[in-house]
Design a protein around this ligand. Sequence first.
Ligand code: FAD
Length: 371
Amino acid sequence: MTANEPAVGRLERGVPLAPFTTFGLGGSAAFWADEVSADDLPAVASAIVGATGAPPLILGDGSNLLVADGAIARGVIRLGGRGLTFGPSWGSAADVIVDAGTPWDHFVAQTVEAGLQGVECLSGIPGRVGAAPIQNIGAYGQEVSDTVVAVEGLDLRSGDMVSLAASECAFGYRTSRFKLGDGTFVVTRVHFRLHTEAPPTVTYRDVAQALLAVREPTLPMVRDCVLAIRRQKSMVVDASDPNHRSAGSFFTNPVVSVGHADALAAEHGATFPRYASASGVKLSAAWLIEHAGITRGFVLGPARVSTRHTLALTAASPDCRSHDIVRLAALIRRAVRRRFDITLEPEPIFVGYDQPAATVLDEAEESLQNG
Ligand SMILES: Cc1cc2nc3c(=O)[nH]c(=O)nc-3n(C[C@H](O)[C@H](O)[C@H](O)COP(=O)(O)OP(=O)(O)OC[C@H]3O[C@@H](n4cnc5c(N)ncnc54)[C@H](O)[C@@H]3O)c2cc1C
């Protein structure tokens, strides 16, 4: 018996991934292991590498994935650990260490209840804590990198458990070393530093407007306000919402040079939305899409732009396939490029495609042209 055999025995074969994604789309994985503990992770991961020749896909709640139709030649692992450890607080800081399998919003709710500031604006984001650093989740004026101190996990190349300081994670706007990397780092725990005495963050326009009449908003008020705004935009997972089969925003906000932004502002006037960012000027992808002629509710076959949020693409009918989402994304991307000379980048991770996401969309654009 080899060291891997017990782990291989735990792997299920041909498990459909669609039910484990918020799009509800995608084919079956070659191998599947659920509720894998941090202790079992090295053996299960190495069994998958042995069986497929590739690192496993670590799945959270599948809320930032577009899984290809057809068989996926990958092994998939979902982690089991769900636990929060509140560390000692000193001065105005308090540490919380959270297992990767913990639902993200459960963590946020617990911290708000404990009076800890730092993630209240990230209320209602679907998914698990282990995925939060992958694309440096952000919303309503906060990013998770504002409060992450360290990310712990298994380096599949060396087989070592390591702890990466936030400064080593290359966090940026919806990106990190993990998203840019080759998928060989499995996050097992995230270490946060929150604030015991700070007021909630009320910088985002919609939140500030909703709380205008409140002199000193509390953390629960900000959380409730963010959740209410998200519900209005179909940006929480709610199976009764007709827009619910999505991965949230499908495109990131593009960052362009100051010169490019100035030229667009000169053409489109004072209302052209632009925001200073570390690497240039951030534009609103939703505004660009709408001004390229694609509005909420736009339909292409069984795929549809959300009726409540221009950036969310949805599987609008039961016969929708990932292929249909790719076609709609390609059509939107082409419309924005033709109108503004800007190429939108997809935010979700494409799984099971032979090519990088940008190439998948390029090819889909070509087939739209030929079709
Ligand atoms: C309705 C809706 C609203 C959303 N709103 C927002 C928003 O406001 N802001 C925002 O930033 N995002 C948003 N998202 C996107 C998504 O919720 C986040 O990216 C979330 O962090 C994904 O978590 P998940 O557990 O579902 O990860 P998955 O979708 O399962 O995985 C995403 C990526 O992370 C990797 N991964 C997951 N867990 C681990 C781990 N433990 N170790 C290593 N890699 C791992 C996966 O391999 C994959 O590459 C939204 C999505 C939806 C459906």
